[in-house]
Design a protein around this ligand. Structure first.
Ligand SMILES: O=C(O)CCc1cccc(O)c1O
Ligand SMILES: [Fe+2]
Length: 313
């Protein structure tokens, strides 16, 4: 078994809000399963498909995709703050392969990644995402225009092709989703100050960051109480998406459009793009089997919370 996958929702609220005990226990049990799965697979290398929430990427220069040659964590919500363990030469070679495959990706030698990118690795490796070499692949999930899902699938497929015959054991990670609508400003609906933040907000003051995070926490608490002004979770949409993941028919992801996702699954449902890339990468390595899946809509986390593992058959 040379390739495996973990796709899971993330939420910065895991440590900040309080779902019922049985919900917390079920989520923790799913994390425990993922840890055991990865321990057993024992990857040599991780390819981490992650979104960003205006901590690393802003609208001064927003690429659809970016391969990190070097990267560090921004430490938002007490997530990992420091240099990540990126195998630069492999990342460079991968980027060349992608361009040669007609996939014109951006690259960064100083990529900043937030909780959305590092949380699965932190969960798997008890808080330390540097335990294994990791290539961070950024996928825009917050700023229009969104690439077609087909392009995300093609990116994932090409990355899978790159690793298909590698002698390294590769773990593909997708982080985010499923349906959810946390309070991330959207440019055309934003106030003057929010617009300024979306363009110029890199490296905020500690006070600004704390206020922003507190606003998300307050929204989650209100949402759980049925009082927040954000879109509801959509378990039906989530379960359907999980069925596509399980089917192995990654072309079926192409039918998802940004308009419909915004309308029915919330403005951050675009984070499932990371799953589409990861599942497409795995599929390019061979027929796969989903070996574990967990799902619960969790308002306290503002997330249709899904966790899956898969291996090439
Ligand atoms: O910090 C932010 O702007 C958004 C935080 C956030 C909240 C709930 C679910 C998520 O996936 C997420 O990222
Ligand atoms: Fe997120």
């Amino acid at each position: 078994m040379k390739q495996a996958l973990v796709c899971m929702s993330h939420s910065p609220l895991l440590e900040h809000t309080n779902p019922p005990e049985e919900v917390k226990a079920a989520v923790e049990a799913s994390f425990e399963h993922v840890r055991a799965f990865v321990k057993d697979f024992d990857p040599d290398l991780v390819v981490n498909f992650g979104p960003d929430h205006y901590n690393g990427f802003f609208q001064d220069l927003m690429p659809p995709f970016c391969i990190g040659f070097k990267a560090h964590g921004t430490g938002d919500y007490d997530s990992f703050d420091g240099e990540l363990n990126v195998p630069t030469e492999i990342a460079e070679d991968l980027a060349q392969f992608l361009v040669d495959s007609d996939l014109d990706v951006a690259i960064s030698r100083k990529m900043e990644v937030d909780h959305g990118a590092v949380q699965p690795m932190e969960i798997i490796y008890n808080g330390d995402p540097t335990v294994k070499p990791m290539i961070p692949v950024f996928i825009n999930a917050v700023a229009r225009p969104y690439t077609k899902m087909r392009r995300v699938r093609k990116l994932g497929t090409a990355i899978g092709e790159y690793f298909r015959n590698s002698d390294k054991k590769v773990l593909f990670i997708g982080s985010g989703g499923l349906s959810h609508d946390p309070p991330v400003p959207r440019f055309h609906e934003a106030t003057f100050d929010q617009k300024n933040f979306l363009v110029e907000g890199r490296h905020p003051t500690p006070e600004f960051r704390a206020a922003r995070q507190q606003n998300t926490i307050n929204t989650a608490i209100k949402f759980a109480a049925g009082e927040a002004d954000i879109m509801d979770l959509n378990p039906e949409w989530d379960l359907e998406f999980l069925e596509v993941c399980k089917s192995g028919k990654v072309e079926d992801f192409d039918a998802y459009t940004a308009e419909e996702m915004d309308r029915v699954a919330g403005h951050s449902s675009h984070e499932v793009r990371t799953w589409v890339a990861a599942y497409s990468a795995l599929r390019a390595c061979g027929e796969y089997e989903v070996t574990f899946d967990f799902y619960k809509p969790i308002k306290e986390y503002i997330a249709g919370f899904g966790v899956t593992t898969a291996v090439v058959k």
